[in-house]
Design a protein around this ligand. Structure first.
Ligand SMILES: Cc1cc2nc3c(=O)[nH]c(=O)nc-3n(C[C@H](O)[C@H](O)[C@H](O)COP(=O)(O)O)c2cc1C
Length: 174
């Protein structure tokens, strides 16, 4: 039995986080693999799940939310951890002094809490490479309100991600 790390990633930042979590679980002696949500069908052979998505305009990617909804019965019966990859930049708080990882909590999270009762949810800083963005995303970045929220760069905190993965491995080993 192994752990499946399922992810939805538009431009690769969330994929990198998911693969790192799977690798870290492996290092800790837990069998684990990372797969994009569209490449997952049968959940029966997994004992636990980590499900993650990039956050766009305050929401998880649709296919990740659909995965949770579609599989809520199985997910509710096994240990599940959720993560979101969202905030960008080097500041820990937004202009109003709110913790960015709290402000970036995706709107679906309350519903997921009720539907599957995850053991945890973490919001990690993400990454933005302007070269990968589509036309609409580039236009959104030019809006004055978005300019400070969407800086270019890779802000993923690998130490924080590793620590989270290690705590999951510890839980699984109990
Ligand atoms: C147009 C646009 C909108 C975004 N909206 C949000 C948002 O509402 N909340 C958030 O935390 N991050 C937001 N982000 C940042 C992304 O979630 C972040 O870059 C993430 O790591 C991207 O993951 P991916 O490469 O796997 O798609 C946005 C990024 C772009 C380009």
């Amino acid at each position: 039995m192994s752990t499946l790390v399922v992810y939805a990633s538009k431009h690769g930042a969330t994929q990198g986080i998911a693969e790192r979590i799977a690798a870290k679980l492996g290092e800790a002696g837990q069998e684990a693999e990372a797969r994009p949500v569209e490449a997952v069908d049968d959940l029966a052979s997994y004992e636990a799940f980590v499900v993650g998505s990039a956050v766009y305009a305050g929401h998880w990617q649709k296919e990740a939310s659909a995965f949770v909804q579609r599989n809520r019965t199985v997910l509710a019966s096994r240990p599940v951890w959720l993560f979101s990859s969202g905030p960008l930049g080097t500041e820990a708080t937004d202009g109003k002094g709110r913790d960015l990882t709290v402000a970036a909590e995706p709107k679906e999270m309350e519903e997921f809490e009720g539907a599957i009762g995850p053991k945890g949810h973490s919001v990690f800083f993400g990454a933005l490479d302007p070269g990968k963005l589509g036309f609409t995303e580039r236009a959104i970045r030019k809006l004055p309100a978005a300019r400070t929220m969407l800086p270019e760069g890779d802000f993923r905190d690998w130490t924080e991600i590793d620590t989270w993965a290690s705590s999951i491995a510890h839980d699984l080993a109990q």
